[in-house]
Design a protein around this ligand. Structure first.
Ligand code: HEM
Length: 128
């Protein structure tokens, strides 16, 4: 079975009481025929029409029964590019370039300074 994919632009055109789609967990559902039966009332569904209703759906703590109803209403998948948009920007490669703090001077640096001081001291005692 080939599943259709939809963008939000597609879904947004179905947000009326008589033609109502919504997205739950990245899937697209046509809830038009369920509006009358929804135990939570039609208004909340129409409010989420054409949008991602995942949070609203989960906040209510819908039962397994409600999830089974969803299966019957499925019309397709949310387009992969939309999924990427809705999740937080993925860290891009290179965003974690190791930025070591200007750390303590290395052993070589300290040795160079000590040697320079010793040389300066020797030069000072020799020529003064
Ligand atoms: C297409 C998606 C949805 C389906 C299939 C669905 C289905 C159901 C079902 C079967 C119930 C009865 C209780 C249960 O079994 O959990 C219910 C209750 C409820 N639903 Fe939904 N629902 C959907 C979306 C929403 C959305 C988006 C909201 C928005 C807030 C919502 C709000 C509620 C509320 C408030 C109740 C509780 C009603 C009560 O106990 O008085 N539902 N829903």
């Amino acid at each position: 079975m080939s599943e259709k994919t939809f963008t939000y632009a597609d879904i947004e055109s179905h947000k009326t009481r008589d033609d109502l789609w919504m997205v739950v967990h990245g899937k697209v559902y046509d809830v038009t025929k369920f509006v009358d039966e929804h135990p939570g009332g039609e208004e909340v569904l129409v409010d989420c029409g054409g949008e991602d209703a995942t949070d609203a759906f989960e906040d209510i703590g819908h039962s397994d029964e409600a999830r089974k109803v969803l299966d019957d209403l499925l019309v397709g998948d949310l387009d992969a590019s939309e999924k990427r948009k809705s999740t937080k920007a993925a860290p891009t490669a290179g965003s974690e370039i190791s930025s070591e703090p200007a750390s303590a001077p290395s052993f070589v640096t300290i040795l160079s300074i000590v040697l320079a001081l010793v040389a300066a001291y020797i030069a000072y005692t020799k020529y003064m």
